[in-house]
Design a binder for this molecule. Structure first.
Ligand code: DX5
Ligand code: ZN
Length: 216
């Protein structure tokens, strides 16, 4: 299993200077990038798709963890993997049969995660947990960076950790130096961070501080 780590979310970075953003993140010790793909339909915000993922792949060897906040994740699974995605996370709210969606993505050769929003009952995941590598517990409503942390995520992490100790657990939304330690204590492995990195000038210092707070 992967060591616990901070995944910078490429949502609030400088997209006009993406190459130097990638260099700075790599120099700051980043192990994996988190890419937020939004379609303006599943969430009321629109970001980017395969051309950007492919562009990042050309300039960086870092693994890409792609968070699909889109209405039809299966339609874009193969194009995203072809563009260089290493893991694909779809939202349970977006599909009719999450177990089947997970199997389809897995058969394409990617790691597969399932995400759920704070307002979706945890039981929505029941049928698909045996088919996924990872659960992404949202601690804000998917769609925007910079929102406040919803502590419902902590009890969900604890529940999942107990019932499925082998699953990789990821948290996304409102993770900063005050919340990362609680998420780690609740059993989380991977911590997606947007504003708490990108609002700082010095990414290395911000990530080092998050790592220090994580391990308590
Ligand atoms: C929100 C995205 C996040 C977002 C997190 O829908 O999935 O990855 O960038 O941003 P912060 O860390 O600012 O909450
Ligand atoms: Zn995300």
């Amino acid at each position: 299993r992967a060591a616990p780590g901070v995944l910078p979310s490429l949502l609030m970075c400088d997209f006009g200077d993406l190459k130097s953003e990638l260099d700075r993140l790599q120099q700051a010790g980043t192990q994996c990038l988190h890419l937020d793909v939004m379609d303006g339909q599943f969430v009321p915000n629109l970001t980017y798709g395969m051309p950007i993922v492919e562009g990042i792949r050309k300039h960086s060897d870092l693994p890409m963890d792609v968070h699909l906040m889109i209405k039809d994740p299966l339609a874009y699974a193969k194009p995203m993997i072809d563009a260089g995605a290493d893991s694909l996370t779809f939202h349970v709210e977006a599909v009719e049969d999450a177990a089947q969606a997970a199997r389809e993505i897995k058969s394409l050769g990617a790691c597969v995660g399932v995400a759920l929003n704070p307002s979706t009952p945890l039981e929505a995941l029941d049928g698909c947990l045996a088919e996924v590598d990872m659960v992404l517990v949202m601690s804000v409503d998917a769609g925007f960076g910079g929102q406040a942390f919803n502590p419902i995520a902590l009890e969900r992490l604890q529940t999942l950790k107990q019932s499925h100790p082998d699953l990789l657990l990821e948290i996304d939304g409102g993770i900063n130096r005050d919340t990362i330690g609680q998420a780690r204590a609740a059993g989380c492995d991977l911590f997606v961070v947007g504003s708490a990195i990108f609002k700082h000038q010095d990414y290395s210092a911000a990530i080092a501080d998050l790592n220090a707070q994580m391990s308590g």
